[in-house]
Design a protein around this ligand. Structure first.
Ligand code: GDP
Length: 588
């Protein structure tokens, strides 16, 4: 059988010969007989190399470089299950959030889907709205988060949670794309969540579906019937039209993203909402994202914990367990967690208590060295290598200033630092902007706009920087500074002085010391130095000691005599030159 070899896209003749353990001459001959004239250092492509390899008795394969990016989990749920064994993973129902402009019909759509597809309460019982429900469509379950709007969606993401797999963008066919529709698109994109469009209110005489499709195309959501990739489903929540098509589109999209979890893994998930109820204590709605949650399990959610006493599904029915993607309302927690908090399970309440105590201690310590937001921001960005991107949210007073602003901002990026404007719109800086900024580690910049009070509060608690300006130039200048701050620092060596060795002394305990005369510049105790003999650098290290007469000094100026010891060098000769230098950061 032919021996297998892996060949990259491009390879030199020499390297190919080495791979096949043959003489390069033979490879060149083989290439020549195929009509290809090359020399030993020339590069050939995989196809050419493969022909030669086959003829020389090998079975060539193209070597595909594994990129780290492909391996990295892309979405929150992929991160959650990243530790699971692939063979344990099973398909789970997709989790859906409705996004869109106010009054375009998010709640109405959630209601019609809910009514048609789940059995309401026990006979005569009142259905509890628990913040989420599951609908069944042709034997497939779909989980809907019942808190529409991108505020909730992004608030969760800001807390590190992402429950949503697919966003339904609800667009009223009479209104078309409105500011919050555009905002919703940006939020979904920032979260890396696919978008299915529900074109609602098609029952209205004033509906202009084609116009809405045109607008969708303009923002990169070209409908599939216009040769694009976005599923745009005409629906009417009021007349119950197109709902099955919408569910079908969700399942199609789910097929593409293939959401998975390990039903047997350790239970992990997200809090959707929490409230206290008379007689039942804290009721917490949680979405299970991995594992199967059971009655009697002990939940740990931030600093809250408790053994699950009872568990209810969305129709208020008691259930004993909840598999992945199932939303359930549970009782038994000792406190109120917040929407977006992640839960895990622990052995028992005692373990939970200990973990909470540890956590509190850690948080106190963290609080102590929490730095200003800007410092922390840059630390985050410059600390890690790899791709650097400055994420921005841009607000301006009028469209006329927003457009030139965005295009000028985009021009600031360079090879090292990219600029990614997650959202640009007109109007005051709002809480939604802060949520998006927090979820995506972005900076908010505003031109001629105010900051509403909720945004101000939220920015303070999320440590988000908002910078507002009334001169565009100042805004651009500051963003330029941020980009520079993110670039890898460049250092240069600066020679600060040169000295001449005039005598060499042996000093007890210290060893050999060079007695020098400072010719130009100065010597510093905290500098680096090199010992130069003729044209050769003999040695280079930190200054180990610097003395004037018997005293240790920090600095010696031009024209003075002094003693110096460089690193552990002990071979100074008369007439050696000692050059002192420092390394300093150069502004890019
Ligand atoms: P939300 O703010 O996006 O949650 O919108 P709602 O679901 O509250 O709907 C806003 C208004 O639009 C309500 O008065 C609904 O009755 C109405 N509405 C919702 N869907 C439709 C629809 O398909 N057709 C018509 N004609 N009206 C609708």
């Amino acid at each position: 059988m032919a021996k297998e070899i892996e060949i990259p896209d491009i390879i030199t003749v020499r390297d190919l010969a080495t791979l096949m353990e043959v003489s390069p001459i033979n490879v060149i001959k083989e290439l020549m007989s195929n009509g290809i004239m090359v020399n030993i250092n020339q590069e050939i492509d995989f196809d050419t190399a493969a022909i030669v390899a086959e003829e020389m008795g090998y079975a060539p394969h193209q070597f595909v470089e594994e990129s780290d990016e492909d391996d990295a989990p892309e979405t929150a749920w992929q991160q959650i299950i990243a530790d699971e064994d692939a063979s344990d993973l099973k398909r789970r129902p997709p989790v859906i959030t409705m996004l869109g402009h106010v009054d375009h019909g998010k709640t109405s759509l959630l209601d019609v889907i809910r009514k048609a597809n789940i059995q309401e309460g026990e006979a005569g019982g009142i259905t509890q709205h628990i913040g989420a429900y599951q609908a069944r469509h042709e034997d497939n379950l779909i989980t809907f988060l019942d808190t529409p709007g991108h505020a909730a969606f992004t608030a969760m993401r800001a807390r590190g949670a992402q429950a949503t797999d697919i966003a339904i963008l609800v667009v009223a066919a009479d209104d078309g794309l409105m500011p919050q529709t555009r905002e919703a698109i940006d939020h979904a994109r920032a979260a890396n969540v696919p978008i299915v469009v529900a074109l609602n209110k098609i029952d209205l005489a004033t509906a202009r579906p084609e116009h809405a499709k045109q607008q969708l195309s303009e923002v990169g959501l070209t409908p599939d019937d216009w040769d694009g990739d976005t599923l745009v489903i005409p629906v009417s929540a009021k007349q119950n039209l197109g709902i099955d098509d919408l569910l079908e589109a969700i399942l199609l999209t789910a097929d593409e993203i293939d959401p998975q979890a390990n039903p047997k893994g350790s239970p992990i998930g997200t809090v959707l909402e929490a409230k206290t109820e008379r007689g039942r204590g804290v009721m917490t709605t949680i979405l299970v994202q991995n594992g199967t949650l059971k009655i009697g399990d002990t939940l740990l959610i931030g600093q809250n914990y408790g053994r699950i006493k009872a568990m209810y599904d969305a129709s208020g029915k008691k259930v004993k367990k909840a598999p992945p993607s199932m939303p359930v309302s549970v009782s038994g927690l000792n406190g109120m967690p917040e929407a977006g908090d992640q839960f895990t399970t622990v052995k028992n309440e005692k373990t939970a208590r200990k973990l909470v105590a540890d956590l509190q201690r850690e948080e106190e310590e963290e609080l102590l060295d929490r730095r200003s937001s800007m410092d922390a921001f840059f630390a985050r960005l410059t600390g890690s290598g790899g791709d650097k991107t400055l994420y921005l949210i841009v607000k301006a007073d009028v469209q006329g200033s927003l457009e030139p602003l965005v295009s000028s901002l985009n021009k600031i990026e360079n090879d090292e630092v990219k600029i990614d404007i997650l959202h640009a719109s007109i109007g005051e800086v709002s809480e939604n902007d802060i949520m998006l900024a927090s979820a995506s580690e972005a900076v908010v910049v505003g031109f001629n706009v105010g900051i509403d009070s909720a945004a101000r509060r939220s920015a303070a608690s999320h440590l988000i920087d908002i910078h507002t300006y009334d001169i565009i130039y100042h805004l651009l200048e500051d963003v330029e500074k941020m980009v520079k701050g993110m670039m890898a620092p460049v250092f240069e060596q600066v020679v600060i002085g040169r000295a001449e060795v005039r005598a060499v002394f042996q000093i007890r305990k210290i060893g050999l010391i060079a007695g020098c005369f400072m010719r130009t510049g100065e010597a510093r105790r905290n500098a680096m130095a090199r010992v130069i003999r003729g044209k050769r650098i003999m040695y280079e290290d930190k200054v180990a000691s610097l003395k004037h007469h018997q005293d240790d000094v920090r600095q010696v100026r031009e024209g003075f005599e002094f003693g110096v010891n460089v690193g552990t060098w002990n071979d100074y000769r008369e007439n050696d030159v000692i050059e002192f230098y420092v390394t300093r950061r150069v502004d890019p």
